[in-house]
Design a protein around this ligand. Structure first.
Ligand code: PLP
Length: 473
């Protein structure tokens, strides 16, 4: 990313050739990201296999990179499944976790012997029917909804241990063994707390023991995703932002964000003065424990007095699977957008218009809190910036900073909600780079409203960039 951003000519030509915005990928960091996890597990003699969550980035380039590195992939829909099979991913390196599985999807997975994470009893009944009709036997993984203990939050995914066991006990044992042999137990938790993973691993291990006692040959536990990554190295900068936002909300000040948006925080008036309430609704963009170190803290956590998760897995000869999305895409891509205009709102707030819309850099987080980078590719004649050095009569002034706005005809169409400062100005034709957007931010919520086409995706290849196959899939 750094190399590309120092190469203004290439930035300018990418936007010219592929349109704005353009999502630029380079999957060379994937190897390090996955190795971090595998090596950390190996230090505790745990055999870890990585299944990258397909939904975190839609490029086919990602599938190819994962395949070539020998890792696996977690798919969530029929198209994702068909596609990874077409790209030559072996069935045993795929897991189907789709939240809703149609008969057709189950048929496709079961006839290709792709392991299926079964979410509920209706789905399992359907899967038994489909495998019976097709006369196939295909590996099943039970999705466990961990009990709400030790801080674990309730989940709509999976079934509780007791429900699975009661169901299995009510079936013809041979039906399950012949059609849907249970090879694993799966869970995927919201949030990032390592101690929650340890707790859930403990519960999954209990379920494995009970399944094995019933004769099922369970080989692995899949701990899902939610592996943290850190976008911002500087812990102090991150905590300063948190404090500044709190203060801004308390003072109903719009110096930091668009119209004083609290990113989930609100100011409430009380007799003794204003008070900040609510919860900041943003991804933890700075995190101390990421990937390997985080996994070590999961594995060294105790699931019973004196027994670590790693020991319990080793003693049972269980492999550990994981399905990280975001953290595997750390360093794998950025978004470039062209500056179209600069202006002021009717109440004199400076805005910079990008050839882009807000769904093209967006996740469930209330804002993307990584600083964008200005690449000065624009016209330096004519309308000039606050730079001062050019002394142009057309100079565009934003001494209080400006907001990035986009193409949707909505008043609050903000690319980022934070006020940005342009000490050397900003020109039409400049490129704004949004760094490290490959995990979710470019794709998970993108839309084509106003019939504006979706952004083009390119992947680094040799000396240049080529358009990814997903754009015409
Ligand atoms: C979304 C999802 C993942 C990936 O989560 P990350 O937070 O990106 O690591 C993995 N497994 C399942 C079942 C998911 O739904």
């Amino acid at each position: 990313m750094s190399d590309l951003l120092t190469d203004r000519e290439t930035c300018a030509s990418l936007v010219t050739e592929f349109g704005s915005p353009v999502n630029v990928h380079n999957f060379s960091s994937l190897q390090r990201n996955a190795r971090d996890m595998v090596d950390a597990a190996a230090r505790h003699s745990v055999d870890l296999r990585v299944f990258v969550a397909r939904k975190a980035n839609k490029t086919v380039g990602l599938v190819d990179a994962v395949r070539d590195l020998g890792h696996g992939i977690d798919v969530g829909s029929h198209r994702e499944l068909t596609q990874v099979l077409e790209r030559g991913m072996p069935a045993e390196r795929i897991i189907l976790t789709a939240a809703v599985k149609t008969r057709e999807l189950l048929h496709h997975a079961l006839t290709h012997r792709v392991p299926v994470a079964l979410d509920n009893l209706d789905e399992t009944t359907l899967a038994l029917q489909v495998s019976g009709d097709a006369g196939v036997s295909s590996p099943a993984v039970l999705r466990l909804a961990p009990e709400v203990l030790d801080g674990l939050t309730p989940t709509r995914f999976g079934e509780r241990s007791s429900i699975w066991l009661r169901f299995l006990d009510s079936q013809q044992a041979t039906d399950i063994e012949q059609r849907l042999p249970v090879v694993g137990v799966h869970f995927h938790l919201h949030g990032y707390a390592p101690q929650h993973r340890t707790t859930a691993l403990g519960q999954a291990i209990d379920l494995v023991d009970q399944l094995r006692a019933r004769g099922h040959q369970v080989e692995f536990i899949d701990m899902g995703g939610g592996v943290p990554m850190s976008y911002i190295d500087d812990a102090a900068a991150w905590s300063r932002f948190g404090q500044a936002l709190h203060q801004a909300v308390l003072r109903s000040d719009d110096a930091l964000t668009w119209r004083g948006d609290g990113l989930g925080l609100y100011c409430e008036d009380h007799d003794d003065g204003p008070r900040v309430t609510g919860q900041r609704d943003t991804y933890p963009y700075h995190q101390e424990l990421v990937r390997g170190e985080w996994l070590e803290s999961v594995l060294t956590g105790e699931i019973a007095p004196g027994v670590t998760a790693a020991q319990a897995l080793r003693q049972r000869g269980l492999a550990l699977h994981c399905e990280p999305g975001r953290s595997m895409l750390d360093g794998c891509g950025l978004t470039l957008a062209r500056v179209a205009f600069r202006k002021h709102t009717s109440d004199d707030v400076a805005v910079v218009g990008l050839e882009m819309n807000r769904t093209q850099c967006r996740s469930t987080s209330a804002d993307f809190l990584v600083d964008p980078i200005l690449v000065r590719t624009g016209e330096t004649g004519g309308a000039e910036s606050v730079d001062g050095s050019h002394g142009s009569t057309d100079s565009w002034s934003a001494p209080d900073g400006a907001f990035l706005v986009g193409a949707y005809c909505i008043e609050a169409e903000l690319i980022l909600k934070r006020r940005l400062h342009f000490p050397r100005g900003v020109n039409v034709g400049d490129v704004i780079a949004l760094p490290n957007t490959a995990g979710y931010l470019m794709h998970i919520l993108e839309s084509a409203s106003h019939q504006i086409p979706l952004a083009t995706n390119v992947v680094a290849s040799g000396a240049g960039f080529i358009q990814d196959a997903i754009d015409t899939w």
